[in-house]
Design a protein around this ligand. Structure first.
Ligand SMILES: Cc1cc2nc3c(=O)[nH]c(=O)nc-3n(C[C@H](O)[C@H](O)[C@H](O)COP(=O)(O)OP(=O)(O)OC[C@H]3O[C@@H](n4cnc5c(N)ncnc54)[C@H](O)[C@@H]3O)c2cc1C
Length: 374
């Protein structure tokens, strides 16, 4: 690719980063009839947006994230129709294997109602997902949640965007700096009325002071792709450890009681900040995760003990020993005290990041709110 300077004049909007957050801003700009240029340093998205579970985890969010997630749901379904993104309206099954876990789901059901939470008996859980019966207390179906084909979604959305009027996708083009309405890239300068920086966890490299101000760190996760012969699981599957993470569940008295018990009985799960969950890839393999470690610059080493912990949890959950690991990878996302970072960097420049691991769930709801604010 040669220089990027356009003869067609400045765009209405430049988006830095073609992960799901940047793409969501571009999709929203197109819906508003704006011209938009997306600038991405890699030749395709390979960051957090392709390394995740592909789980639009809508109901387990709270507050603003829940509002964004509900709005995002509609856009994912539109992207399925218009951009050919694989999206399954399969919901999530949350498996309860203790009294506290079942009680946390009761609490959630009482506040959210039947549209969002349907309590399940143990027999209904095993009819929906083939988990081991031993120790099963019941569960819940969260029917609004979606499964997205995460490894292809960003590519499909980028292709769709490239075919829309007024859109330029600039790949393999690193952004070196941003100023008022000006983006300096390794291939030349670009101008626009507004610039939205969606660099994910690399915001701390491009705009370190903005990241510092937000207390941003990197969260490193270990993930596995696991083959289990003959297994079919349509919904996403969450477990007790997920109840300790997602705010709508973690905020219940019962989840707090579960955390206290695990501090005594299962400290290894809390130490590794495990959210043991599963989703199934279109080809049938399971995506199994995850563990969390927080640092400005995480250690580069994967820890075998953490993978073993995830595998042991999965064997117990499914009641199966015949699990074969096909792939292992690390993912990184931006993390901070709040769930979303929105900062005006210069008059025409806004930095945006999802600073908890819920960008697939919320980006399509966050982007309209950001564009409203410009
Ligand atoms: C293992 C894992 C599991 C997860 N599971 C889920 C899940 O199931 N559900 C959910 O909702 N969320 C999940 N998340 C979180 C979600 O994936 C992220 O919140 C989301 O993908 C962040 O999107 P992003 O666009 O900000 O980041 P990224 O996808 O990392 O994209 C940022 C892009 O910016 C580009 N960039 C950075 N700097 C520059 C520069 N200077 N110039 C040009 N381009 C630049 C990068 O190359 C990159 O392509 C998970 C995350 C991980 C890591």
């Amino acid at each position: 690719m040669a220089g990027v300077t356009s003869s067609s004049g400045p765009a209405d909007l430049i988006v830095v980063g073609a992960g799901i957050v940047g793409l969501a801003h571009a999709v929203e700009a197109v819906a508003r009839g704006l011209s938009v240029t997306v600038v991405e340093r890699d030749e395709r998205a390979v960051g957090a947006s392709v390394r995740n579970f592909g789980h639009a985890c809508i109901t387990a969010q709270a507050g603003e994230a829940h509002t964004f997630a509900r709005r995002a749901r509609g856009t994912w379904l539109r992207m399925a129709r218009e951009a050919g993104v694989g999206v399954q309206e399969c919901g999530t099954v949350v498996v309860a294997r203790s009294e506290e876990e079942a009680a946390a789901l009761d609490e959630l059901a009482a506040t959210r109602g039947a549209e969002e939470v349907r309590l399940l008996t143990p027999a209904e859980v095993t009819a929906a997902v083939p988990v081991a019966v031993e120790g099963l207390h019941g569960g819940a179906l969260l029917p609004l949640d979606l499964r997205v084909d995460q490894r292809r979604a960003a590519g499909a959305i980028a292709e769709w965007l490239a075919a829309q009027p007024g859109v330029r996708m600039l790949w393999s083009t690193p952004v070196l700096g941003v100023e008022d309405g000006l983006v300096r890239t390794g291939r030349g300068d670009l101008r626009a009325r507004h610039v939205v920086v969606c660099a994910g966890h690399d915001l701390d490299r491009l705009l370190p002071e903005v990241a510092d101000e937000a207390g941003m760190q990197r969260c490193l996760l270990q993930m596995l792709q696991v083959r289990v012969p003959g297994l079919r699981i349509a919904p996403a599957v969450l477990t007790g450890s997920s109840m300790l993470r997602y705010p709508a569940l973690a905020g219940t008295d019962s989840a707090r009681a579960l955390r206290r018990r695990w501090a005594a009985e299962r400290p290894e799960m809390l130490d590794a900040v495990v959210n043991h969950m599963l989703t199934q890839l279109p080809g049938g393999d399971l995506v199994v995760g995850d563990t969390h470690a927080y640092a400005a610059t995480p250690d580069p080493w994967s820890q075998e003990a953490l993978d073993e912990l995830l595998l042991a949890e999965t064997r117990t959950l499914l009641g199966r020993d015949d699990l074969a690991v096909v792939r292992r990878w690390q993912g990184v996302y931006a993390s901070a005290a709040g769930e979303f970072l929105r900062a005006r960097v210069a008059p025409g420049v806004t930095a945006v990041a999802v600073t908890s691991g819920i960008g697939m769930t919320t980006a399509f709801g966050l982007a309209p709110a950001v564009l409203d604010s410009l």
